[in-house]
Write a protein that binds this ligand. Structure first.
Ligand code: ATR
Length: 471
């Protein structure tokens, strides 16, 4: 009987949690997984939600179980598996049915899929979902791209399962085709920057100030009551306070310092570069993960250069106050970069991305959720601005916070502590606020070796310098 509201393909970690969330909100959901045993296990284990779940052994059965027009969420491994599911669904679904790719797709794949489905009568949605397993189960942040009419048809169920911030659902239609997956990619780039800067501050507290994990955890817990209030700061405090059940030592000290990545951070940097938007703090954060993976080389280099760290100068209270402000200033720079990338993508792809709405749907559910995003949404709601750094509220905050970032970066450099993301945030800020930069010299060099020409400050047109015969 075709009485399910919606269908879902792919009962991995994200898919099964999303399906339970959908069922819990009162919807009947048909589910299918490539490995059929997982479908039945999932159904068996669904407890009181069992009656709302229709386990299906084939995609044909799944389609037959949903009430038309049929929305089907695809939550399989990003890449070829999504194309396989779309190809199969094309043969089974009919006009006006909606395929929703909720995986971590590269937005360029999403754009391609929109193109391939054009004229098929089927509609497609590219949907970014953030919040990990917990978010998927109890309320993720949902970033939707596709035709607005398709969104209208799934809005009710998606807003019901999304996280709520003061009652407002953290789900929104953001624009056509790849808009949702693009915004999710930039979310992840910002997430990398947030995490890396927190890790750099942890490094200063650990190696520069010689503090123990639990003490550091208490510092983060205190900061979580102030301007840095956010999920990532909260979990950092909790991580630092945990002990390893096997050894009784602080858990964080037992974890190898080699970070993994699935690629979305890298995509955000590639797209920033493609769009010609500087996103140096996000770039530094992605590079830091890559560098962290070179564990053996780093150990060998320490033997050659010495990994010694000089004591961090300054009194502890003064340094702690500076670190809190420095992290905040770094965060402002990273978000300014991420939002500048989205503003440019919006122009380049004709998406008309609603920046204040994006900030609002990130206030809950997703990994970078924070109070800060509420302030950011307000700053953008006054209309288009060139950069977050130019909104009055952030001008004031950066004027207060940037001297601390400067002191922390300078002292870290002297002490030998790596702070690549924080120092790139400072470099970005200082370059952005420098009315007269140094690219006049770059232009002269380019003209010298390649006769590229330059503009003069006192007359228009292209000019060349008196370099003689050139390079
Ligand atoms: P997890 O989310 O548990 O880490 P995953 O490997 O990312 O798992 O896979 C997520 C989902 O994608 C699973 O439902 C998986 O199906 P199986 O349980 O049969 O492995 C699904 N999946 C991966 N590749 C697929 C493909 N080519 N076709 C269909 N489903 C696929």
């Amino acid at each position: 009987m075709a009485d399910a509201e919606i269908g879902l393909i792919g009962l991995g970690v994200m898919g099964s949690n999303l399906a339970l969330n959908i069922a819990e909100k009162g919807n009947r959901i048909a589910v299918f997984n490539r490995t059929a045993s997982k479908t039945h296990e999932f159904h068996q284990d669904a407890g009181p939600l069992r009656d709302r779940i229709v386990p299906c052994d084939t995609i044909e059965a799944l389609a037959a179980a949903i009430r038309p027009p049929r929305p089907v969420i695809i939550m399989v491994q990003a890449g070829a598996a999504v194309d396989e599911q779309i190809a199969h669904l094309r043969g089974v679904l009919s006009a006006n049915d909606i395929m929703i790719d909720a995986g971590n797709a590269n937005f360029r794949d999403t754009m391609r899929r929109f193109g391939e489905l054009e004229g098929s009568g089927l509609t497609f949605i590219g949907m970014g979902v953030s919040g990990g397993e917990e978010g998927a189960r109890h309320g993720p942040s949902i970033m939707v791209g596709g035709a607005e009419a398709s969104w209208k048809r799934v809005e009710k169920v998606l807003t019901a399962i999304a996280a709520k911030y003061e009652g407002e659902p953290c789900a929104a239609w953001l624009g056509p085709d790849g808009a949702g997956h693009f915004v999710k990619t930039i979310h992840n780039g910002i997430e990398y920057a947030d995490m890396q800067m927190i890790a750099e501050i942890y490094g200063i507290l650990r190696d520069g100030l010689g503090m123990a994990p639990k003490e550091i955890g208490q510092v983060f817990a205190r900061w979580n009551e102030g301007r840095l209030d956010s999920y990532l700061i909260e979990i950092t405090a909790r991580v630092l306070e945990a002990d390893d059940p096997e050894t009784g030592k602080p858990m964080v000290d037992m974890i190898l310092d080699r970070a993994g990545q699935k690629g979305t951070g890298k995509w955000s940097v590639i797209e920033a570069q493609q769009l010609g938007v500087p996103a140096t703090t996000i770039e530094a954060a992605v590079a830091a993960r890559v560098l962290s993976s070179l564990k053996d080389e780093r150990v060998a280099a320490q033997a050659v250069y010495g990994g010694g760290v000089a004591p961090f100068p300054g009194g502890r209270d003064e340094v702690l106050a500076d670190l809190e402000l420095a992290l905040f200033a770094g965060k402002v720079a990273a978000y300014a970069q991420g939002f500048a990338v989205m503003a440019e993508a919006s122009r380049a792809f004709g998406w008309n991305l609603p920046l204040p709405t994006i900030a609002k749907i990130w206030r809950a559910g997703c990994i970078i959720r924070s109070q800060f995003l509420g302030t950011l949404a307000k700053a953008f709601s006054g209309g288009p601005v060139a950069n977050l750094l130019m909104t009055p509220a952030f001008v004031q905050m950066m004027q207060e916070a940037n001297p601390a970032l400067r002191r922390i970066v300078a002292r870290s450099a002297e002490a030998g502590l790596p702070v690549p993301a924080l120092s790139s945030a400072l470099g970005y800020f200082d370059s952005y606020r420098l009315g007269r930069g140094t690219s006049n010299l770059i232009q002269a060099q380019r003209d010298f070796f390649g006769a590229h020409g330059f503009e003069r400050i006192d007359s228009s047109g292209a000019h060349h310098g008196p370099w003689g015969s050139g390079a």
